[in-house]
Design a protein around this ligand. Structure first.
Ligand SMILES: Cc1cc2nc3c(=O)[nH]c(=O)nc-3n(C[C@H](O)[C@H](O)[C@H](O)COP(=O)(O)O)c2cc1C
Length: 206
């Protein structure tokens, strides 16, 4: 067994997708997100999605550009329970809905924050469409989610698996309802996370 493989098996070395980022000076930064308004869990009918609020905050604090992902033929229900049914069917079918993005060319970005709501313990299927279609090799991807109790739900590992050749930085899970009702809590969590990312050289200090 090779020395690196041996050390990896002992847990002495981090897996490749977890390698430290120090000395990898942050270049152009983008925040990509998918989010839904309408009726959402625990917050009633909202005019701006929870993840959209988090994404705007992250972009504001890092000076990053914002890129919204939307489904191309958007027939998603605006009511919570019917949306859950549609999303469950997409998950079961491993659907890859066509998408649009609000930034035309993302090739020049080096660090891409990627955020979405947790849907059935996973990324919404449209995000896999994005991961699989874009050329994200060589980029640093930084996952974040909003959720109603599930936490990060393996977003980091799933992102790394869907985007071979990228490097995935530590992610952040935010409680969806807090984005609407307790923005101070969200700001505190985002600040702590960005400081940690800055100490690893993923983003410049805030
Ligand atoms: C289809 C669907 C599935 C969901 N599944 C989960 C889940 O598995 N775990 C969880 O904690 N929250 C789940 N939620 C709650 C959302 O993750 C949460 O409300 C999120 O903040 C919504 O963000 P958005 O407004 O940006 O779309 C689900 C919501 C929907 C609509």
């Amino acid at each position: 067994m090779k020395r690196r493989t041996f050390l990896l098996s002992l847990g002495v070395l981090p897996a490749a997708w977890m390698l430290p980022f120090r000395a990898q000076a942050a270049g152009r930064v983008l925040v990509v997100y998918f989010s839904r308004s309408g009726e959402q869990y625990g917050v009633g009918v909202i005019s701006k999605g929870n993840t959209a609020i988090a994404a705007e905050m992250i972009a504001g604090k890092t000076g990053a550009d914002l890129c919204e992902i939307t489904v191309e033929n958007d027939t998603y229900p605006m009511r919570y329970k019917p949306l859950c049914d549609v999303a469950k069917a997409e998950l079961n079918n491993k659907a890859r809905p066509a998408y649009k993005r609000s930034v035309a060319d993302i090739s020049g970005y080096d660090v891409i924050f990627v955020g979405a709501p947790v849907w059935w313990g996973d990324w919404p299927m449209v995000m896999y469409s994005f991961f699989e279609k874009e050329h994200l090799e060589g980029k640093v991807l930084v996952p974040f989610c909003t959720h109603a109790g599930s936490g990060l739900s393996g977003f980091d590992k799933k992102l790394a698996a869907a985007c071979p050749g990228s490097r995935v930085a530590p992610g952040l899970a935010l409680t969806g309802a807090d984005t609407q009702h307790h923005p101070g809590r969200i700001a505190e969590a985002v600040d702590g996370w960005l400081e940690k990312l800055a100490s690893q050289g993923v983003v410049p200090g805030i």
